[in-house]
Ligand binder design. Structure first.
Ligand SMILES: *[C@@H]1O[C@H](CO)[C@@H](O)[C@H](O)[C@H]1NC(C)=O
Ligand SMILES: *[C@@H]1O[C@H](CO)[C@@H](O)[C@H](O)[C@H]1NC(C)=O
Ligand SMILES: *[C@@H]1O[C@H](CO)[C@@H](O)[C@H](O)[C@H]1NC(C)=O
Ligand SMILES: CC(=O)N[C@H]1CO[C@H](CO)[C@@H](O)[C@@H]1O
Length: 179
């Protein structure tokens, strides 16, 4: 009996996931943190609403120890239940390698593809300049994210830790909701 109830509640949960597949993506916040101001600091990091339907994201990180030749990124996707809990991905990528061989890491390549046209992080290592993402329209990302990945409704956090030479130098968090 208990087993049956358990099974049924699993099926109901699964069904509600399927029917609640999201179609609208809204970016709600972006947060950038430098963990080592001698190495890097954020000049700006914000979402800006032009009007109700048009929002964009801009950020600039000043780099103080140039050039940078070794970059790793950990990224993970969390979903808010009672606090943010791991949902999908938890990946460490050698960014220099992935930029050189885009096919070697499809997930990194997908995320890089979302912003590279609006960024000067559009070439292989090394980096001998500050990094910017300028006026990246979030509705463009909406199509990419909702078109490629079918996820249930809710609040999400895309968390990324940026390492240079094996040391965590910065964290960039993107908050968005699917409805
Ligand atoms: C919002 O702003 C964008 C960019 O300036 C413009 O193209 C679009 O028509 C505007 N939309 C509305 C509903 O005003
Ligand atoms: C990712 O995995 C690492 C190592 O297994 C773990 O310490 C960390 O908490 C995970 N992060 C998230 C956000 O799940
Ligand atoms: C990279 O971005 C910079 C600044 O936006 C631009 O001047 C340059 O042409 C771009 N390079 C490539 C390879 O797309
Ligand atoms: C959470 C996690 O996977 N952290 C790793 C991120 O990348 C650095 C650099 O490669 C590793 O040292 C961490 O263990």
């Amino acid at each position: 009996m208990c087993k049956l109830i358990g099974l049924m509640s699993n099926i109901i949960m699964l069904l509600s996931l399927i029917t609640e597949i999201a179609s609208m993506v809204e970016f709600t916040n972006v947060k950038c943190t430098s963990w080592d101001n001698a190495f890097d600091d954020f000049e700006y990091c914000h979402l800006k609403s032009v009007n109700r339907s048009f929002k964009y994201l801009s950020l600039k990180v000043n780099l103080h120890k140039l050039p940078i030749t070794k970059v790793k990124v950990n990224f993970s996707l969390l979903k808010r239940y009672n606090g943010y809990k791991p949902f999908l991905y938890n990946i460490t990528v050698d960014a220099c390698k992935a930029l050189r061989h885009p096919k070697s890491n499809p997930i990194f390549n997908f995320f890089h593809g979302l912003f590279k046209k609006h960024s000067n992080m559009n070439h292989t290592c090394s980096f001998n300049h500050d990094l910017i993402v300028e006026k990246l329209p979030t509705n463009f990302m909406n199509q990419q994210v909702s078109g490629d990945l079918k996820f249930p409704h809710g609040d999400y956090l895309f968390h990324s830790d940026w390492y240079a030479y094996g040391i965590n130098r910065a964290t960039v968090d993107f908050f968005y909701s699917l409805s």
